[in-house]
Design a protein around this ligand. Structure first.
Ligand SMILES: *Cc1c(COP(=O)(O)O)cnc(C)c1O
Length: 472
């Protein structure tokens, strides 16, 4: 190697080939991005981009190779990619082709189009959030919603908060702050996102008293654990797993009776808010999934459940039950910190109004769960035909969908999926390309192929998927 070559390949020469941030910013595409995203945001990307390229020089990228890459427009290409990611970042509509109906990563229940419209309308407007239009007086923001929950579940009263986790926190804090709360060892669950019962108890200011064993907890275990300090008997639906074999648990009815005898509130954290509305197609495919009215009829003081699971509405947490218990929760100052916003309330009210008017079968979650295998097969065939191209191997295969979000964890629903192989690419590469589509498409990978399950597709999704494949 002679001296002059060493000089032209030295890092200092390479560093000098990189443009200044201001030069990058002045390029036409960057100028357009500045108008769209803000100059400081684009500058941040230019800086980070140049940092990446300097790191490549530090790692041995020579001036000649660099010059070649710059000539080929690699730097501009990288900037375009960064700006495209910036434009496509954050929360946006996505296509769920995974077959998992309540997919927490994909925002759980999509709401009914009329509920979505109600939400959009109040978002951009003033709304009757806490004023009664007939009297002009101040009222409770969830008064109407609570009335609808009462009608749907048969509960005496209801209170609505941000999610079921908030409902659990509010219930424990209301009844067992500075006191003891009984919970079976078999129900010492983590509900995902590090929401662990023992931790929640502590944060709610209650002392957790573990009752029974992991697999068996009898009524006598609860009776023996009662002390003058007991404030609450909590039962938690073990929604995301099952204990099988030599098991025994105490029923809600038994606990409700114990609660009455000992003067203690019994709260049931049900999680999934299944309601069998009059005239609606029953969701038998969910097996023994407990529905809210049945749980209430067993006599517990309050049942807690989510809005965006089987209930099919926006994110929310409901406490439905006896008036005294609900009033106590309403008086808790913590309620103010956990209350719902007007947009969610509008969507929840509209969802319940539809369901109570006999239109529950139209709720997207219920329609997806109830979809017939024959109908799914026809939809899979139609999608497969639309995808047909030389670069793809497309097949319709039997597969299984899942309710998801801890609802009926052992239930698998028979479906037909479109199995796709992209010639010359791995299933992971195809999945990545589909996620980069606008809107992003999420799929399942099974035995080296991408599976698209029609069960979880909403109207218009199939066309968007064919368009995405055509652009590959
Ligand atoms: C899902 C679930 C929760 C948490 O509900 P979020 O609405 O997500 O806060 C609490 N308890 C049970 C039993 C659940 O299944």
């Amino acid at each position: 190697m002679d001296g002059s070559q060493e000089t032209t390949q030295s890092p200092q020469v390479a560093y000098r080939l990189l443009p200044a941030v201001e030069v990058l910013l002045a390029a036409p595409q960057a100028a357009q991005a500045c108008a769209e995203l803000g100059r400081e945001v684009v500058r941040e990307h230019c800086r980070a981009l140049l940092d990446d390229w300097r790191a490549r020089i530090r790692d041995g990228l020579g001036a000649r190779e660099l010059a070649l890459e710059l000539e080929q427009g690699a730097l501009a290409g990288d900037l375009q990619l960064r700006l495209a990611r910036e434009r496509g970042a954050g929360l946006r509509p996505a296509i769920n082709a995974t077959g998992v109906v309540l997919h927490t990563g994909l925002g759980r229940a999509p709401v009914h189009p009329e509920a979505a419209q109600a939400m959009a309308e109040v978002a951009g407007s003033f709304a009757t959030a806490e004023l009664d239009r007939w009297t002009g007086e101040r009222n409770q923001r969830d008064a109407r919603l609570a009335q609808l929950v009462r009608r749907a579940t048969g509960a005496e009263a209801a209170i609505c908060v941000n999610n079921c986790a908030a409902a659990v926190l509010l219930a424990i804090n209301t009844f067992a702050h500075g006191r003891e709360a009984l919970l079976s060892r078999g129900e010492m669950v983590e509900i995902g996102g590090s929401f662990r019962m023992p931790d929640v108890m502590q944060k709610a200011g209650a002392k957790l008293v573990e009752v029974g064993t992991t697999n068996r907890t009898r009524l006598a275990d609860y009776q023996n654990a009662l002390t003058p300090e007991t404030g609450l008997i909590l039962k938690v639906h073990t929604s995301n797993y099952r204990v099988q074999g030599f098991t025994e648990s105490t029923s809600n009815a038994q606990l409700a009776e114990l609660g009455r005898e000992s003067g203690l509130p019994v709260v049931y954290d049900l999680g999934s808010g299944l309601v069998d509305y009059a005239g609606a197609r029953p969701l038998d495919m969910l097996g023994d999934e407990v529905d809210v009215p049945v749980a209430l009829a067993e006599g517990v003081d309050a049942v807690l459940f989510s809005g965006d699971k089987l209930f099919g509405a926006p994110q929310a947490g409901f406490c439905a039950g006896r008036s005294a218990a609900i009033e106590a929760m309403r008086k808790n100052p913590l309620y103010r910190a956990l209350r719902l916003d007007k947009v969610a309330i509008a969507g929840l009210e509209r969802t319940l109004e539809l369901a109570l008017a006999g239109r529950a079968d139209e709720l997207p979650v219920r329609a997806m769960l109830a979809a017939e295998p024959a109908q799914l097969k026809a939809r899979a065939r139609e999608l497969a035909a639309a995808l047909d191209s030389d670069s793809l191997l497309v097949d319709v295969v039997p597969a299984e969908s899942q309710p998801g979000s801890g609802a009926a964890p052992c239930v698998f629903l028979p479906t037909s999926a479109v199995a796709v192989t992209w010639r010359g690419h791995s299933a992971e590469q195809l999945a990545r390309a589909l996620r980069a589509n606008d809107p992003p498409i999420f799929v399942r990978i099974h035995e080296g192929r991408v599976l698209l399950d029609p069960r979880t597709l909403l109207p218009g999704n199939a066309q968007a998927i064919s368009a995405a494949f055509a652009r590959l």
